[in-house]
Write a protein that binds this ligand. Structure first.
Ligand code: SF4
Length: 484
């Protein structure tokens, strides 16, 4: 069998302008790695929406050659935006490769018309894929027909955390940001969160040898030093940070790490700052949501505002090289406008964060997959929300659309206006206008500038760097697929 996994990357719409992504989907790499371990000839094509179409078709045909068992996997993103393109590509490929089988994976919900697909994998299910590749019976996982769709049981972590081992013929570049996971699962259950593996008392930790091998190989093969830790939170327990510290001590280079961090947990566990310094976790994305204690109790996240401010002050003083981004959710029950501005002024006056931004609360009542519903989605009335207008999810255009809602102090329309003002306020008055994810991505593309010099005017340079990196990849990978 020959197995090819295609993944595309979305454009990042930052507050400084749009830029193409430079961090590949590692789930796709894990899948081909596992297939190779079974003796299957498997490889990846990335950035595939950016390939010249004829070159893409030609390269794929060459790769499959005369093979009788050909499987192509599309690693989709969370929405359905690439689906039409996948369908056209499949139809064109099948003109010469009628035996081609198509697998669609990476989604959290079944997507639109899928009559052109042979098998669909929903959510995380590398274990099911491995069984499928070996011809084993996977019917126990089947959740729908036409095409057959499979998923793991809800709320159980069957899959492993991912730290891929890349190969030379994957053609990674030092201008790319690599993603790894230290663990799967989060032991908390914040009411607004739709993460599949939340409320899991025992996060499944990655193997230290795998993490070291993944990072060291990325450096040895491609000179990669910037890593994003995809864990939904890195510090709800200490052992993820300890694992990273141990990995860093074993590496022959200085990794530069970024992750989602819970600020309130740092306040409750002050020693975590040392652990973060030890492993070079210098990029922090804090989902603060609100600094109002009426809210933090209801969302089961937060701690007292003063303690959160003190933690920000301590990070600023003791870890000045850290890039800290705080995100706020507008529209949470119990919040109020005055309080939101008071806290924003404190952050700006003392420059307590490198960057901050806001999003409006979203509520979804029309999700097929119950597991990704937050507690608020499941029972909005219990948390003080009235749904004014339920939205249907239109997969053919773009995935999720929030319902219209109102709560004790605002509604979705007013919250949107406040969110825009607040977001602009932070963008104009803090050192950076990028989120921690965006910053890690752009500093990887264009290393060496002071934080404030990454701004709207650096966008053309960043775009050129990304284009150069991607063109090099497309050239090298197409030559490899064509056996040259
Ligand atoms: S918001 Fe973060 S900490 Fe809270 S349940 Fe979700 S992943 Fe866990």
């Amino acid at each position: 069998m020959k197995f090819l996994v295609l993944s595309d990357l979305h454009i990042r719409h930052t507050r400084g302008g749009s830029i193409k992504n430079n961090s590949r989907g590692i789930g796709a790499y894990y899948v081909t790695q596992k297939a190779r371990e079974l003796g299957i000839d498997a490889t990846n094509i990335d950035y595939f929406l950016d390939w010249p179409y004829d070159l893409l078709i030609d390269s794929i045909r060459h790769f499959f050659g005369d093979e009788k068992e050909c499987l192509i996997g599309y690693s989709g993103s969370i929405d359905a935006s690439g689906t039409e393109y996948y369908r056209k590509l499949t139809q064109d490929l099948k003109k010469d490769l009628p035996q081609l089988k198509v697998m669609l994976g990476g989604f959290r919900e079944p997507q639109g018309d899928s009559t052109w697909v042979d098998i669909m994998l929903i959510g995380r299910c590398t274990n099911i894929l491995i069984d499928y590749l070996q011809g084993k019976d996977i019917s126990e996982y089947q959740i729908f027909d036409n095409p057959p769709g499979y998923r793991n049981p809800l709320g159980v972590i069957v899959d492993d955390p991912v730290a891929p081992i890349i190969q030379k013929n994957d053609f990674w570049d030092s201008k790319e940001l690599m993603t790894i996971e230290t663990a799967l699962g989060c032991k908390f259950n914040c009411t607004f969160c739709g993460y599949d593996y939340r409320n899991n008392k025992k996060p499944k930790l990655n193997n230290i040898e795998t993490v070291i091998e993944s990072m060291q190989t990325a450096y040895d093969i491609a000179g990669i030093t910037n890593f994003f830790l995809a864990d939904d939170t890195i510090n709800e327990v200490d052992n993820k940070l300890e694992l990273l510290g141990e990995a860093k001590r074993a590496l022959t280079f200085e990794p530069d790490l970024m992750s989602f961090v819970r600020l309130d947990i740092m306040g409750a566990k002050p020693h975590q700052l040392d652990l973060m310094q030890e492993c070079n976790l210098r990029g922090h994305f804090y989902g603060i949501e609100s600094l109002n204690s009426n809210v933090t109790k209801t969302i089961k996240k937060g701690g007292k505002p003063e303690r959160n401010f003190d933690t920000m002050r301590r990070v600023k003083k003791e870890f000045p090289e850290a890039f800290t981004y705080g995100n706020f959710v507008i529209g949470l029950t119990g919040d109020d406008k005055e309080d939101i501005w008071k806290h924003a002024n404190t952050i700006v006056d003392e420059q307590l964060l490198t960057s901050a931004g806001a999003t409006t609360l979203r509520l979804y009542s029309n999700l097929v997959n119950d597991e990704i519903k937050s507690e608020l989605d499941k029972d909005p009335a219990k948390y003080g929300y009235t749904i004014l207008d339920q939205r249907t999810i239109d997969w053919d255009n773009i995935g999720y659309q929030s319902d219209n809602w109102e709560t004790d102090w605002t509604n979705r329309t007013d919250a949107d206006l406040l969110m825009r003002d607040l977001d602009k306020f932070y963008a104009e008055r803090l050192e950076s206008l990028f989120t921690a994810h965006e910053f890690w991505s752009i500093k990887t593309l264009l290393p060496g500038l002071p934080t404030k010099d990454y701004n709207s005017s650096s966008m053309p340079l960043l775009a050129r760097s990304q284009q150069k990196m991607m063109n090099k990849y497309i050239h090298n990978k197409s030559m490899f697929l064509k056996g040259k």
